[in-house]
Design a protein around this ligand. Structure first.
Ligand SMILES: CC(C)(COP(=O)(O)OP(=O)(O)OC[C@H]1O[C@@H](n2cnc3c(N)ncnc32)[C@H](O)[C@@H]1OP(=O)(O)O)[C@@H](O)C(=O)NCCC(=O)NCCS
Length: 173
């Protein structure tokens, strides 16, 4: 069996938007409205936007994952995180989130928060594994299914621990 294609993490650019938006539509029941990702890339945005790119020549630098984090005071809110179906279970989301949180920490964030559907086992496994803890429930939070959201917090972003989750070849900046 061939080994999985290597990946590179780097900042999202305008040129990535068609692939990022396509991935978003495939990953979520309620995708972000058109131009939302472009809005996050504006020069004065308080956002960290990263993509994971397959560096396999045959894959032609395909975008296989993305993350957006919003910064507000000392808080890094995970706004979206997605990995293409055929690349899941390889640690891509964990690497993306670790890299984005590291950058958030460098910019002054000290804790992280997010909301996640109570039924999203893959995401919950990822977040709990990275140290997030449940701190609240938003009843009927999601408009499409009226599902509850769990509010998770990572009380202390620990850069050394995050660094260990990144392989040297994965960071493109
Ligand atoms: C959630 C998501 C981003 C995870 O991406 P991924 O690249 O497959 O995750 P990783 O490979 O980095 O996995 C990290 C951990 O989660 C676990 N995990 C991943 N998918 C899982 C699943 N379906 N069930 C249980 N655990 C799972 C992995 O085993 C790993 O834990 P481990 O180290 O203990 O083995 C991906 O499933 C996805 O894009 N889902 C649709 C969009 C979404 O729900 N985003 C999150 C919104 S809050």
């Amino acid at each position: 069996m061939s080994s999985p294609a290597p990946i590179r993490l780097r900042r999202m650019t305008q040129a990535d938007l068609p692939q990022v938006e396509a991935l978003d539509r495939l990953s979520f029941r309620t995708p972000w409205p058109p131009s939302s990702f472009a809005y996050e890339l504006r020069p004065d945005a308080s956002s960290i936007c990263l993509v994971a790119e397959s560096t396999d020549a045959a894959a032609q630098k395909q975008i296989i994952g993305n993350v957006v984090i919003w910064l507000a005071a000392d808080e890094a809110q995970v706004a979206t995180l997605a990995v293409a179906l055929e690349h899941r279970g390889r640690g891509v989301a964990r690497a993306l989130l670790a890299s984005a949180l590291l950058e958030a920490w460098q910019l002054g964030a000290r804790k992280s928060v997010l909301e996640v559907r109570v039924s999203n086992e893959a995401a919950l496994h990822l977040y709990y594994g990275m140290g997030y803890k449940p701190v609240g429930l938003r009843a009927g939070y999601y408009e499409d299914t009226h599902e509850d959201a769990l509010l998770l917090t990572l009380e202390e972003i620990q850069p050394e621990a995050l660094q260990k989750l990144l392989k040297p070849a994965e960071s493109g900046f």
